[in-house]
Ligand binder design. Structure first.
Ligand code: NAP
Length: 545
């Protein structure tokens, strides 16, 4: 009988990734433990409880596919589910699949270190425990390490302040309050739109304007539910082999090849359909052609001018970057919010923040007196949550040290010198440019299949080889360099975090091509991975072909 501190696999994080990984590995007969820092399951949906939090992937596609119980017993109420409904879904999944008995909540993982002599990982927690496992799976999320506000004077502020991604579980009443929201990314845009009717005064502090597409959200009718669910397996298959993990049919024409009337009709159809790819899904060339991108940009700016009544405000809300190269937002009435008498757009490029005062926010030349400040300033994306854990591989090498110039991985799943350590949606995979649930499911299955393969073929250790991961990252970089993505200052490139290496580590060719790469690697006998059994030496197998 193994000790209570010894496991086959320790999974870190109990969001979509950790819950699914636990279910799958337990089903495969492994002894698994999940460690989660929050007091409940839910991951990103536990922390991001800010007003208006909502997913920008359709509910039908933002759910698990592996369980017929979950599919049959859960019904989404809206086309785009709100945060609390998604959190309730994850609670339901954890209960229904009896996952909670193998999850330790309120547990922060401080470090994890590989012991070569034992082929085992030691995992240390903040309550002083040391646990051991042969395999460790990081399900820590791509957007879970928050960017902390560092504006001088915050400590002296006499009112309340919140970060959207660390929103308190108890309701926050903003009714009749004077509120400032700093940041106009997805979180800020949703918060602003939701709280504007309730607060007495709302200052929107914008540095860089962003493109936002209408959600065209609606309540899912019984008839729509039946129609979609009757074809759901095929819809999911389309998601899995698509670019973004959604069921939209791919565009077939380039914007530069059609008349301006045709282009506008296509963009308008996308705008009416709504969603994140309202414009980006219209033509094949938006991410590779300056000209095509400029057409879509102009359409989006025209929409802003049509919605916002004050032309000066409309101009300040109009983004100038290549559309899609910073994450496009999705809203329900965002630009309309600026027609309200109680809402003021503050352009931080012309009126920068000097400091926070006891009463509010001092700009160059005036002070905004407020009761509440909401920071919607984003995340240390993709690697941030990994950096919060001291991860040590072979020879005492720290992951942070290895990735000092930017992350290097094979398929975003493993990195050399860190045997038996896996990343779910790690850098080098489609991750944040895809429907996260579809990408998570693929990684969960890939990892579980790899572990089963090791067991059945007498190996106990799998590790990416340095040459294979170098080649993979070269491929990832070549793909992105052929697009417009690197031209924008974005969190995709780590540019929102001072001192972070500015490398684009998302695989941009899409979920389908990526899935195909992963399958080919397996079919070629785990090409690029070294398979060994360090404790019972036998011939290692490394297939570099
Ligand atoms: P974000 O996109 O990084 O936006 C942060 C905002 O804060 C930006 O407008 C940024 O301005 C501003 N900002 C940062 N530091 C600032 C400072 N010191 N002073 C003034 N402004 C500052 O973060 P987010 O809105 O939390 O979204 C992050 C990602 O999470 C999204 O892109 C999306 O992938 C995901 N998300 C998805 C949903 C959804 O599904 N609907 C909802 C929320 C979040 P600059 O751009 O000028 O730096």
């Amino acid at each position: 009988m193994a000790a209570d501190t010894d496991f086959d696999v320790i999974v870190i994080g109990a969001g979509f990734a950790g819950l699914h990984q636990l279910h799958r590995l337990r089903r495969d007969g492994w002894r698994v433990l999940v460690l989660e820092k929050a007091p409940a399951v839910g991951g990103t949906w536990y922390w991001n409880r800010y007003p208006g939090a909502r997913c920008d992937i359709e509910s039908f596609d933002y759910q698990f596919s592996f369980s017929s119980e979950l599919l049959d017993e859960w019904k989404w109420s809206e086309r785009y589910a709100a945060g609390p409904e998604i959190l309730a879904y994850l609670e339901f999944a954890a209960e229904r699949l009896d996952l909670k008995r193998d999850i330790h909540l309120n547990t922060i993982v401080v470090s994890t270190a590989y012991d070569e002599s034992q082929n085992s990982w030691a995992v240390t927690t903040d309550d002083g425990r040391m646990l051991h496992a042969t395999f460790v799976v990081m399900g820590v999320g791509n957007l879970s390490a928050i960017k902390q506000p560092d504006i001088p004077g915050l400590g002296d502020f006499g009112g309340q302040w919140f970060h959207t991604a660390a929103w308190p579980p108890d309701p926050v009443d903003l009714t009749g309050k004077r509120v400032a929201v700093i940041g106009t990314g997805s979180s800020g845009i949703q918060t602003i739109t939701t709280i504007a009717p309730a607060v007495s005064r709302l200052y929107v502090l914008q540095r860089t304007p962003n493109y936002s597409m209408p959600a065209q959200n609606h309540v899912v009718s019984e008839q729509e539910w039946l129609e979609v669910m009757s074809g759901w397996p095929e819809r999911r298959r389309l998601c899995e082999w698509s670019d973004a993990g959604t069921p939209l049919p791919p565009a077939t024409r380039a914007a530069v090849d059609v008349s301006s009337a045709d282009r506008d009709a296509e963009y308008e159809a996308g705008w009416q359909r709504g969603g994140i790819s309202a414009l980006s899904g219209a033509f094949t060339d938006m991410f590779v052609s300056e000209e095509s991108n400029a057409y879509a940009q102009e359409f989006a700016r025209r929409k802003i001018r049509e919605i916002v009544t004050d032309p000066e405000v409309a101009d300040r809300l109009s983004p100038r970057h290549h559309i899609g190269t910073r994450r496009t937002c999705v809203d329900t009435g965002y630009f309309e919010t600026f027609n309200r008498a109680n809402v003021e757009l503050v352009d931080l490029l012309s009126e920068p923040i000097s400091r926070i005062t006891p009463q509010g926010i001092e700009l160059a030349g005036r002070e905004l007196v407020v009761d509440v400040i909401i920071f919607a300033i984003g995340f240390d994306a993709i690697t941030g949550a990994l950096d919060q854990i001291r991860i040590t591989g072979r020879g005492g090498l720290e992951l942070k040290q290895k990735w000092a110039e930017g992350p290097v991985s094979l398929l975003g799943l493993q990195t050399a010198d860190f045997p038996n350590l896996f990343f779910i949606t790690g850098p080098g995979s489609p991750s944040v440019l895809s429907n996260m649930v579809v990408s998570i499911e693929q990684h969960v299955d890939w990892i579980a299949d790899a572990l089963s393969y090791l067991r059945s073929s007498g190996f106990a250790c799998i590790e990416a080889t340095p040459s294979a991961e170098a080649a993979w990252m070269e491929h990832v970089t070549a793909l992105v360099n052929a697009t417009l993505y690197p031209r924008a200052d974005s969190w995709y490139l780590g540019m929102n975090i001072p001192g972070k290496p500015q490398v684009f580590t998302v695989y941009v060719a899409g979920c389908g091509p990526y899935r195909s790469e992963c399958e080919q690697v397996v079919a070629a006998g785990y090409r690029g991975f070294s398979l060994t059994n360090p404790l019972e030496p036998r011939e290692a197998r490394t297939n570099e072909q």
